[in-house]
Design a protein around this ligand. Structure first.
Ligand code: SF4
Length: 408
């Protein structure tokens, strides 16, 4: 490698070499939604008439899972499976079960594997959740976003606050004991009182996990167009920071562990699947547009559902983007995602993984970030300060390096 960095087995990425039972998480992308929310730029599709496209997509996902199991040539053990989207609960429970069963038939799934589905309150009910429990799902992530109906309407969400409450009750009634709620702040016209009210309603329901997201204006979304045309007012930076800090204070006071920039959990209920991403670990993605990261390679498959289905039917190559990451880039990405974990990032472990002294390699960046009061570095563990937390993306971007910069 030009940078002098290489990945070691400790980092799970020894190129081309089979390791006994390689832990690899699985992500399944369900790209269907009833309506396109005003802020969303995910790979999602809405249609007036679906025909049999959802069923054919599920069949195609299953055939891709089987194909990966035979072509990857690694003994994979699956610690976590995550269904995201789009809207996984857009599908019937038996379709979700078909995919889970295909994963079980194709790979070794840990007995205690975390199996999560994102759930939209508009397409969730006790009967569906009950069947999902039977089929092995043990965690739900419910997209509440707000308990304020007028804000929900402004986002183009299809559910009401009442339906969000009903979804959580339904989850509890069939025995889900690990439930996460997603909430959004910095919404158009949202006041501090609105935000705290939604948050207080959420915590009164005692979810095991809460994710908080500040609205961002993504290119191509309805909100971005409105904003560009001066027709969308958003809370200013100061209010946005106050909303975030207010939430941190409240959730900490109630005993939630703030373990990642946007995520809070009761101790022991941190998302195992998302930890894999923040540890820059390996995962296989299935479904239209899904990304995989495995054995030093990152690839993305066909994103349009109809083309995905047609390609799967004739066994064509699904991959539309494919790159082998140079180790200096993999290291930079490990820092960029790892720094988001509030318990700190152990540079010694990264040094072992990439066979380089990371503290020396990044000596200038680490020094500058400390001088700016954005991180602390003690005994080889780097952590965001409170100030760093408010600008976490800027801190992360400090670790991007040009390949030509020499190694130590
Ligand atoms: S339901 Fe979720 S995935 Fe679907 S459009 Fe809305 S935000 Fe995007």
């Amino acid at each position: 490698m030009g940078s002098g960095i290489r990945q070691t087995e400790e980092g799970m990425c020894s190129y081309g070499k089979s390791i006994a039972m390689r832990p690899t998480s699985i992500y399944v992308h369900i790209p269907f939604c009833e309506r396109h929310c005003a802020y969303c730029d995910f790979n999602v599709y809405t249609m007036k008439k679906w025909g049999d496209l959802p069923e054919r997509t599920v069949d195609a996902i299953c055939s891709e899972i089987r194909r990966a199991a035979t072509t990857l040539q690694h003994d994979i053990v699956v610690p976590t499976i995550f269904f995201g989207g789009g809207t996984p609960t857009f599908l019937r429970a038996d379709a979700l079960a078909q995919i889970v069963q295909t994963v079980r038939d194709s790979f070794t799934v840990e007995n205690e594997a975390e199996i999560t589905a994102e759930a939209n309150p508009a397409t969730s009910d006790a009967a569906k959740f009950e069947q999902m429990r039977v089929d092995g799902f043990n965690r739900l992530s419910i997209g509440v976003q707000s308990f304020n109906d007028s804000l929900l309407r402004s986002l183009d969400r299809t559910h009401s606050s009442h339906e969000a409450l009903a979804a959580l009750r339904a989850a509890r009634s069939v025995g889900f004991s690990n439930v996460s709620l997603d909430l959004m702040f910095r919404l158009p016209g949202q006041l501090m009182e609105d935000w705290l009210q939604s948050l207080e309603t959420a915590v009164s329901l005692k979810p095991e996990h809460i994710s908080l997201y500040g609205l961002t204006l993504e290119p191509g979304t309805r909100f971005e167009r409105l904003y560009a045309g001066g027709r969308l007012q958003l809370p200013d930076e100061e209010l946005e920071a106050a909303m975030y800090e207010g939430a941190i204070a409240l959730l900490k006071q109630l005993g939630y562990h703030h373990y990642e920039v946007s995520n809070f959990a009761r101790p022991g209920f941190e998302s195992r699947h998302n930890r894999v991403y923040w540890d820059n670990g390996e995962y296989l993605g299935f479904g239209p547009g899904a990304v995989s990261y495995f054995a030093g390679r990152r690839w993305k498959v066909e994103r349009v559902p109809l083309r995905y289905v047609e390609k799967a039917a004739c066994g064509a190559d699904m991959v539309v983007e494919d790159e082998t990451l140079p180790s200096h880039q993999a290291l930079a990405e490990s820092l960029m995602v790892g720094i988001r974990q509030l318990d700190g990032l152990n540079l010694g472990r990264l040094s072992a993984r990439y066979a380089i002294n990371v503290e020396n390699y990044y000596i200038d960046e680490l020094k500058q970030l400390q001088q700016d009061g954005l991180i602390t570095l003690n005994s080889g563990v780097v952590k965001l300060t409170h100030r760093g937390l408010l600008v976490a993306d800027t801190v992360a971007s400090a670790f991007i390096r040009l390949p030509s910069i020499g190694a130590v």
